[in-house]
Design a protein around this ligand. Structure first.
Ligand SMILES: [Zn+2]
Length: 431
């Protein structure tokens, strides 16, 4: 067994207490062996955490990593116009190579800002998995299905691809990759298609991830047409189990919140995307109070415009207060919980805690900087003051992905150069 010792720092425990401790990792199996002050081991590898905080790697529970290529391409428009006028035409030009390169850029950004696990909905998922395998992160991936504006053959092919991918790549990258069936949303996939495909996914034990209740434009047509709320419709289709998770959940009513809590379906709050697209303010505190599993996600870089989960925690805390008119709502501890254990539970990966027996998905934050001084309360700092660039080391599944800000699993300058080239060519084709 080869061991990794992270020494000399403070550690954020699952109950949000911060203690001085070292962390011992089984680098072969990828698990945490011990957290304590009396670890006497001649470790094969060490990481210096002095002056730092060892914390769980952040879990980005809803993302479209390759959309980093469209970062800053189209801003300042509502969701519908933004998708139809800018994003979908550009995405129609994406090649498998573009998706590989864009995913790499997203993974590089995640490693450098302390994210070790994420959920990804996109296309050409083989490329996404390949990039994840190389970079060393953990993820639940899937192919996003849209049937509107397709003929029956095209729609069926899209569904089959999503289901096939979910079967094929589950357990890839030494088990770091898991999968889900990912119909894009309740309005972009037709009812008969949903009914059939969800039954198929259920038969094979495949979890389901979809966008839900993101804007009123998405909710109203379902209510008008069916006389039921979108999540009641989803429940009727069998899409709300404890293995499933929905992105956004902005416009949900009390009955839908109860339904999510009863079914154990995770909700991924994406505050930056919801603010940028003026989608609305999710009732996050109400969902937490009702016992809903709430995670946190950046959504795609085109509607954020970065993948920094520290930004996302701050946005979630701020928006949660504004939404309720209550400064005590969505407090620091809640958002740190959401970005770690909440997200991990929502997407169904073993991650988000630093304790013996857990997967060694963790980061070391450098606390020695003006914006993190003094240190009255480190959980407050994580929610309100820390940035992705404060992350010094990143470890996933026991493997050191970044040491002293140097990414070891990717060639950073080559990834950036490729991303620039591919992004430029992509938007030229789309225009
Ligand atoms: Zn999304």
């Amino acid at each position: 067994m080869s061991t990794l010792l992270i020494e000399g720092g403070q550690v954020l425990l699952p109950d949000m207490r911060v203690v001085e401790a070292d962390v011992l990792v089984d680098a072969d199996e990828g698990g945490i062996l011990d957290v304590g002050t009396d670890i006497e081991v001649d470790a094969d590898e060490t990481l210096d955490a002095s002056g730092g905080l060892v914390m769980p790697g952040l879990v980005n529970a809803h993302c479209h990593a390759a959309m980093t290529l469209l970062r800053g391409y189209a801003d300042d428009k509502p969701l519908d116009a933004w998708l139809q006028e800018d994003i979908w035409p550009a995405e129609a030009e994406l090649t498998a190579d573009d998706i590989h390169v864009g995913t790499e850029l997203g993974l590089l950004e995640m490693i450098k800002s302390g994210t070790t696990a994420f959920a990804d909905m996109y296309f050409d998922v083989a490329e996404v998995v390949d990039a994840i395998d190389e970079a060393g992160l953990r993820a639940r991936v899937g192919h996003g299905v849209v049937t509107v504006a397709k003929d029956d053959e095209g729609a069926q092919a899209d569904i089959d691809e999503s289901l096939d991918i979910a079967r094929e790549f589950d357990g890839a990258a030494d088990g770091r990759v898991t999968t889900a069936y990912m119909p894009h949303s309740l309005t972009t996939v037709g009812e008969s298609y949903l009914r059939e495909s969800v039954a198929e996914a259920r038969e094979d034990g495949i979890p389901i991830h979809f966008h839900a209740n993101e804007t009123t434009d998405e909710v109203d047509p379902i209510v008008d047409e069916r006389d039921e709320r979108p999540l009641e419709y989803a429940d009727d289709l069998g899409m709300l189990t404890h293995e499933d998770f929905v992105a956004h959940g902005v416009h949900v009513d009390g009955a839908e919140i109860d339904l999510l809590a009863t079914r154990g379906t995770g909700v991924v709050h994406c505050p930056a995307s919801n603010m940028k697209l003026a989608s609305g303010m999710a009732p996050v505190q109400r969902m937490l109070d009702a016992g809903v599993t709430v995670g946190l996600g950046t959504d795609g870089a085109a509607s954020n415009n970065d993948l920094d989960m520290f930004d996302e925690m701050r946005d979630a805390a701020m928006l949660g207060k504004l939404a309720t008119g209550n400064a005590s709502a969505v407090d620091a501890e809640s958002v740190v919980q959401m970005a770690t254990q909440g997200s991990a539970d929502a997407i169904g990966v073993q991650s988000g805690v630093v304790e013996p027996g857990a997967n060694a998905d963790l980061v070391v934050l450098d606390l020695d900087s003006p914006h993190l001084t003094p240190a009255h309360d480190l959980v407050s700092h994580l929610a309100y003051a820390a940035r992705g660039s404060d992350v010094r080391h990143t470890v996933c599944d026991g493997q050191v992905l970044m040491r002293d800000r140097e990414v070891l699993t990717m060639d950073e300058s080559a990834v950036l150069a490729r991303a620039r080239d591919h992004a430029t060519a992509l938007v030229e084709r789309a225009e």
